[in-house]
Design a protein around this ligand. Sequence first.
Ligand code: SF4
Length: 218
Amino acid sequence: MEFNEDDFLQLSGIQHYVFCRRQWALIHIENQWAENERTVDGQFFHKKAHDGLSVEKRGDIIVSRGLYIHSRSLGFSGQCDIVEFHRNDNGVTIHGYDGKWIPYPIEYKRGKKKYTIEDISQVCAQAICLEEMYCCEIKEGAIFYGENRRRQVIEFDDNIRNEVKKIAKEMHDVFSRGYTPKVKYTKKCDMCSLKENCLPELNNKESVESYMKRMVQE
Ligand code: SF4
């Protein structure tokens, strides 16, 4: 199946969806957003990673910041923090540069190296976009963790590719129904910037009346 541009979802939403599908729906279906220390820090870090579109060549690597990408098979569009193009005889030609090149997406994350499925899914979705745009195969990319300045290499095997395709399909299904899923309260909720908007305690089948009573008592 191929999606039209009008139906593209924000690629960066995949990290929200994997973290919590309710969080993603609150942001992308209900347009709710709330800042907390983590989101503000993260946005600042990303702004530094792609402050406008820029391209520079460093030896056998072309570094592109803020490249716009899309995939018709995933139905996603977005912007990459950094795409390096590595010189490779099995790569593709790039307008304005001699030789052949393979794209190598790098997603910047604040914090320490964690290797979470949220981060891995996001960079794999970027790779699938770049493969469709440049008609090539991308075997690996990386996540750069800002706090300890570590680059974690990610291999895009069939398992993660299939998972990303499955998640993208689910996201489109939920979005087309305009439905905000209910999700039970977990420890993740304490790190969530939308906790106040979401009121996850209400999802644990507690009635609104009993929740309000409890809040007044507390
Ligand atoms: S508070 Fe919990 S259930 Fe609600 S959106 Fe955040 S992570 Fe999801």
